[in-house]
Write a protein that binds this ligand. Structure first.
Ligand code: APR
Length: 235
């Protein structure tokens, strides 16, 4: 077994790319075809809730239409099952592919596509259907209060306390499939390194902060992730 006892993994859109979900910043990525300020801010939702709900309805329908976990998701779940040390998976992704693969200690810092939230009570509801902007909320009865359970630009990511704690205790930090453009996630490797951890990047190409990692491997996640995790267990 490796010398590591406490591992934190951060994943981004790149881990789900080979499952068929577009990343954000690629040439054909989501932010090429949609303006962030139209669909991914609280102001956008105030201004045009129909457009915002439609954007997430489309994402949700796509996720539920034949998209499956790929070998990277499966390898992370299998590693967590057999690893004797502590393992925390933090994802920026709002898809449910990590949980479908079997990951358990998982923090969705940017929310979850298959949940909606009442803006008044904060209550969460599972959601696999399109949401209408004039739909009445089942807890408060009011129309327009149901919003995607997604952290938009300008909002504070979820589970920050748990994440900071895990980072400050870890001895290995692995960043997978993220461009390193969005904070606070883009700064996690520095927190981990500050705590003495080794920081590793697994990505298709060097990320914005790739040169600051202790080790970096480049290629598709479906190949890199199983290989790298096997190298940790020596199997
Ligand atoms: N394997 C590994 N990495 C890949 C693959 C692949 N098959 N395909 C793409 N990548 C890499 C890209 O090279 C890129 O560096 O994944 C990264 C995806 O970057 P982004 O599209 O910027 O996605 P992400 O880093 O997850 O974005 C962070 O931005 O808009 C927000 O909230 C959104 O959570 C998201 C956040």
């Amino acid at each position: 077994m490796s010398r590591y006892n406490n591992i934190v993994v951060l994943t981004g859109a790149g881990v789900s790319a080979e499952s068929g979900i577009n990343t954000f910043r690629a040439a054909d990525g989501l932010w090429e075809n949609h303006r962030v300020e139209d669909v991914a801010t609280p102001e956008a939702f105030e201004r045009n809730p129909q457009l915002v709900q439609r954007f997430y309805n489309e994402r949700r329908a796509q996720l539920l239409n034949g998209i499956k976990p790929n070998p990277a998701h499966l390898a992370l779940a299998e590693f967590e099952r057999t690893w004797k040390g502590r393992f925390t998976l933090v994802t920026q992704n709002i898809d449910d592919l990590h949980e479908r693969a079997g990951s358990r200690n998982l923090l969705h810092m940017h929310g979850e596509l298959l949940k909606i939230r009442c803006r008044k009570s904060g209550r969460l509801f599972p959601c696999r259907q399109p949401v209408a902007s004039d739909q009445a909320c089942s807890c408060c009865g009011q129309m327009g209060n149901l919003r995607p359970h997604v952290v938009w630009f300008g909002e504070i990511p979820l589970y920050m306390e748990e994440i900071e704690q895990a980072l400050s205790d870890c001895d290995l930090f692995i960043s997978i499939g993220t461009s390193g453009n969005v904070y606070p996630a883009a700064g996690f490797f520095q927190v981990a390194k500050g705590a003495g951890a080794t920081a590793v990047e697994l990505n298709l190409e060097p990320s914005a902060r790739g040169s600051h990692f202790d080790r970096a491997l480049y290629g598709p996640a479906s190949q890199l992730v199983p290989r790298f995790l096997q190298s940790l267990t020596g199997s």
